[in-house]
Design a protein around this ligand. Structure first.
Ligand code: NDP
Length: 289
């Protein structure tokens, strides 16, 4: 079997153009959607992510406000800026790029974002809303995965879904979204006994671990759908420096029925879903959502 490739770039392009249509309608109605992004310090990966977010907004007709604060900004000053953006009616989404410098408490900062502007979906009230079946903002990465599964026509009702990883931003919300769609969900993590056995039961396998190519073909049920959230840099060898996922693409694509590539899979979808959340926030604020 050779797996069908689920193309995240193509789907993300389609989603961006849908967002652009919605943004143009809002502008016509007198409300320009706005996303504020706060970057504290100069972490190189965060700087690239933030640049992408700003560029995506520009291309979709969303106004972006980029706040670059020095690494030694105090937590109080950051909280004050968040509160200012919360109160600004021209700003519909507020995002603080993680990770924050060590002297700051990320949890406290995220909780300071107004839940109705928390387009990352990380605020405890948005996490709770997802958990209790009344979602407002879904975290962008797992939300993007769900869109990919739907786009690929993957049936979720009653299937065995296995999520490897239990972080608050990917694994846990992913599991909730799959449960919402009536999959039977198993969450695996670093203490899971016999990970391979759990993975081999999965009709839908989602890898969100952060370990290069750890899911190999022998861990995958023939015909399974495999989604690779991982983004890892290969440390050495002939591919040193290249981006790769948590899934060993070469062996798994011979067993799975469908698979997402890295790059070009979940990454671009995460970016696209931030735009979707922002436009939804603006539509709600304008009374159109
Ligand atoms: P975290 O480090 O927060 O979580 C990793 C999870 O994997 C933890 O729950 C951990 O278990 C589990 N884990 C670690 N080692 C093993 C193992 N050997 N066996 C089973 N489980 C294990 O990472 P994130 O959730 O933030 O991200 C996961 C991956 O996804 C990373 O590669 C990240 O770069 C990528 N990512 C990609 C995005 C995209 O847009 N494509 C967006 C966000 C993340 P435990 O809880 O027990 O420690």
């Amino acid at each position: 079997m050779t797996a069908k490739i689920i193309d995240g770039n193509a789907l993300a392009r389609q989603i961006r153009s849908e967002v652009a249509v919605r943004a143009a309608k809002l502008v016509t109605a007198g409300c320009t959607p706005g996303l504020a992004v706060i970057l504290v310090g100069e972490d190189p990966a965060s700087t690239v992510y933030v640049r992408h977010k700003v560029k995506d907004c520009e291309e979709s007709g969303i106004r972006s406000i980029l706040d670059r604060l020095p690494a030694d900004t105090t937590e109080e000053a950051l909280l004050a800026r968040v509160r200012e953006l919360n109160a600004d009616p021209s700003v519909h989404g507020v995002l603080v790029q993680l990770p924050l410098p060590k002297h700051m408490d990320s949890h406290r900062v995220i909780e300071a974002i107004a839940p109705e502007k928390d387009v990352d979906g990380f605020h405890v009230s948005n996490a709770g809303a997802l958990m209790t079946g009344t979602p407002r903002f879904r975290p962008c990465t797992p939300y993007g995965v769900m869109r990919m599964l739907d786009h690929a026509g993957v049936k979720l009702d009653g299937v065995e879904a296995v999520v490897v990883g239990r972080s608050n931003i990917v694994g846990k919300p992913q599991a909730m979204m799959l449960l919402e769609r009536n999959a039977t969900v198993t969450i695996c993590h670093s203490r899971t006994r016999d990970l391979a056995e759990h993975c081999r039961r999965a009709d839908v396998l989602i890898a969100a671990v952060g370990r290069a190519r750890m899911i190999t073909g022998d861990m995958v049920k023939p015909g399974a759908v495999v989604i690779d959230v991982g983004m890892n840099r290969i440390p050495d060898g002939p591919d040193a420096g290249k981006l790769c996922g948590d899934v060993d693409f070469d062996s798994v694509s011979k067993v799975a029925s469908a698979i997402t590539p890295v790059p070009g899979g979940v990454g671009p979808m995460t970016r696209a879903m931030l735009l979707v959340n922002t436009i939804e926030a603006a539509e709600r604020a304008a009374g159109r959502g």
